[in-house]
Design a protein around this ligand. Structure first.
Ligand code: ACO
Length: 428
């Protein structure tokens, strides 16, 4: 017999099914709550609300577990490539060699973007943040491929949009950067793999030969894997929500990029480096900033600390911290900001305020340090996150569509004025 949960309210008792996932997570299914009792649930920030059943990513915040389709993140980050992980997330299984070769080839063949994209790019002021540019360019794909507006596209047509997104996103990301610094854009080089091609489009100069450093390309590939999915976070939920209205996949992914941009989400990686630099410029006193973060009258927060779900440790942060040490030593980079980061981490992990609130470094505490060492400018950090998260967004969008999920439409508890009479301006 399946479990159920009872709710009693005003002398009435209501029974709701409890459903259990494959990792024994249980949830009360309250879809009929309002119909039977007139009540809704109130849960700002959806801290306790399961919005969907998903078979893509499992994470256990207490145990610090993260798995994509059942595979451990540390194993994937050591053994896989980003495109292999993208295939796994989107299609549910690791590819065979033949499937992988075909998938990589298809992506490589779609890296070029319409020349008119350059006109859109030219319309942005040079100080435009690359995240805004990226989300606009991704959304513009709905104009270049208007077929994507048809909610009844075949699976084959949908798959073409997926390939286009994966193929063109690095081109857009690199072009957003080139536009910002006033350099001519580089076209994709289809002889290179995903990360090496992206690095070339980012850093090659017209007058010079460019060859990407394999250490840099490998580190980047690993970072993208670590960011590839994270179940129902703010940007992913946004992608599913926008997708649930049957808007084009390009519009849904563009919305996800915008949701990721904020400093409480993906924008944290940029904020972490800015914070560490500010601490350095202010004499490098980590304790002073720790005290600021604890002061309720001070809006300052320790960026890169805390997570909605991980309340023990973020498994990605562990891998990234080690990768940061490796990359810096292999590239021979000494970064004083890394020392401040380590000092701050040590101080926070031993401070009662942070211990009581279970605040640990998250994935973004160290990712910015690696991006810096790889030569990626600070305002491109969140773009790098978006590049990594893309396959996760796509997989979640595809799952939402395949599950035929209803349009997302939360309710509210209204607390505004009750009905009142309109009074003309000259009588008020
Ligand atoms: N510095 C100082 N105090 C913090 C921090 C922090 N970074 N994070 C949380 N707290 C405190 C809050 O003030 C609150 O204290 P209180 O109970 O005394 O009021 C308590 O810890 C709980 O914080 P909430 O904001 O309620 O936790 P929530 O789960 O809603 O927020 C979040 C999680 C947004 C990640 C938060 O920890 C934060 O702002 N961190 C800094 C930004 C950041 O690094 N974001 C990246 C997240 S990872 C990602 O998106 C990839």
């Amino acid at each position: 017999m399946s479990d159920s949960a009872k709710l009693s309210y005003k002398g009435q008792e209501y029974e709701f099914p409890v459903i259990t996932g494959t990792e024994n997570e249980s949830a009360i299914e309250i879809g009929k709550l309002r119909d039977v009792s007139g009540l809704i649930t109130l849960d700002p920030g959806y801290k306790n609300t399961g919005a969907t059943k998903s078979a893509i990513t499992f994470l256990d915040g207490e145990e610090g577990i993260l798995r994509y389709r059942g595979y451990k993140i540390d194993e994937l980050s050591k053994k896989s490539t980003f495109l292999e992980v993208a295939y796994l997330l989107i299609y549910g299984e690791l590819p065979t060699q033949a499937e992988y070769d075909a998938f990589s080839k298809e992506i490589t063949q779609h890296t070029l973007v319409h020349e008119d994209i350059k006109k859109i790019l030219a319309g942005f002021p040079s100080n435009a943040h690359p995240m805004g540019v990226l989300s606009s360019l991704i959304c513009s794909l709905s104009a270049f491929y208007p077929d994507s507006l048809n909610p009844n596209q075949t699976d084959e047509e949908i798959n073409l949009s997926i390939i286009r997104l994966l193929a063109k996103m690095p081109t857009f990301a690199a072009w957003a950067f080139k536009n910002k610094i006033g350099h001519p854009v580089n076209y994709p080089d289809n002889n290179l793999d995903y990360c090496a091609n992206f690095l070339k489009m980012m850093f090659a100069l017209p007058a010079e030969q460019y060859e990407s450093d394999p250490v840099v390309a490998t580190a980047l590939d690993k970072l993208l894997i670590l960011h590839a999915d994270h179940e129902q976070n703010c940007s992913t939920s946004t992608v599913r929500m926008v997708g649930s209205s049957q808007a084009s996949i390009y519009a849904a992914i563009s919305a996800g990029i915008n949701a990721l941009w904020g400093p409480l989400h993906g924008g944290a990686n940029q904020s972490v480096i800015e914070m560490l630099e500010a601490i350095k410029a202010d004499g490098g006193d980590a304790k002073k900033y720790l005290d600021k973060a604890k002061d309720k009258n001070d809006p300052f927060r320790l960026m890169g600390f805390g997570h909605r779900v991980y309340k023990n440790f973020d498994p990605r942060a562990k891998i990234i911290k080690q990768a940061a040490d490796e990359v810096l030593s292999r590239l021979g980079v000494t970064d004083p900001v890394l020392e401040i980061a380590k000092e701050l981490e040590y101080a926070a992990l031993n401070d009662q305020y942070f211990i009581d609130r279970k605040l640990y470094p998250n994935v973004d505490f160290y990712s910015g340090i690696i991006y810096r060492a790889l030569g990626i400018p600070t305002d491109m950090f969140t773009v790098m996150f978006a590049l990594g998260r893309l396959p996760g967004w796509i997989a979640q969008w595809k799952e939402m569509r395949e599950n035929k999920e209803p349009i997302g439409r939360p309710r509210q508890v209204y607390v505004g004025a009750t009905e009142r009479e309109y009074v003309f301006i000259n009588k008020r």
